[in-house]
Write a protein that binds this ligand. Structure first.
Ligand SMILES: [Zn+2]
Length: 101
């Protein structure tokens, strides 16, 4: 069971009280007409599926209704970082941590 503390209402929620929104930080191009077919396909369909640290977006659906971001290990379900939705992960420091282990 995944338990995540919402950064907005500060309540701990079980995963069935939350809504999983997939991978975090997938950005739509400002001008989609300039994106190649491969780039557009990647935006729509291609997501990472790591065995390890994954950056996700979740909604506090049984609580305040706010979206937020979570860094979670996909095997252990250990949550290592919870951020407000408007905050971006520091992927560079994450990459350095993963190479150390
Ligand atoms: Zn909440």
């Amino acid at each position: 069971m995944i338990i995540i503390r919402c950064p907005y209402c500060l309540e701990e929620r079980y995963e069935d009280e939350l809504f999983y929104g997939g991978e975090a930080d997938i950005f739509r191009a400002a001008d989609p007409a300039t994106v190649s077919d491969e780039g557009w396909t990647g935006y729509l369909y291609l997501r990472t599926n790591p065995k390890g640290l994954h950056h996700e977006q979740w909604c506090c659906s049984a609580g305040c209704g706010q979206w937020f971001k979570v860094a979670r290990h996909t095997v252990t379900h250990k949550v290592t970082e919870i951020l407000p939705f408007e905050t971006q992960f520091n992927y560079q420091s994450v990459d350095q941590q993963e190479t150390k282990t």
